[in-house]
Ligand binder design. Structure first.
Ligand SMILES: [Zn+2]
Length: 77
């Protein structure tokens, strides 16, 4: 819902947030499954937000602390 709001008001900003969110990954500490913050339904922009967040892993389907980190390949751009 927040995404839709931002997209309607600031389409250019939304594009940047999407690109940045896709470069941030969330990794399950239990099984190591990774998904991008964007695919998880979240947003991350300019390094704001928690480094760890509690969530349900899409790999093992358990609630776990998911480590949020930026992919190295995108950090170099
Ligand atoms: Zn997992």
């Amino acid at each position: 819902m927040l995404r839709t709001l931002i997209k309607g008001l600031f389409p250019g900003l939304m594009h940047r947030i999407e690109n940045e969110s896709r470069s941030w990954m969330m990794q399950c500490r239990k099984c190591g499954h990774e998904t991008s913050v964007w695919d998880y339904g979240g947003m991350r922009y300019r390094g704001l937000g928690p480094v760890y967040r509690l969530g349900r892993c899409r790999g093992c389907h358990r609630v776990s602390m998911l480590r949020v980190y930026q992919r190295e390949d995108s950090a170099k751009r």
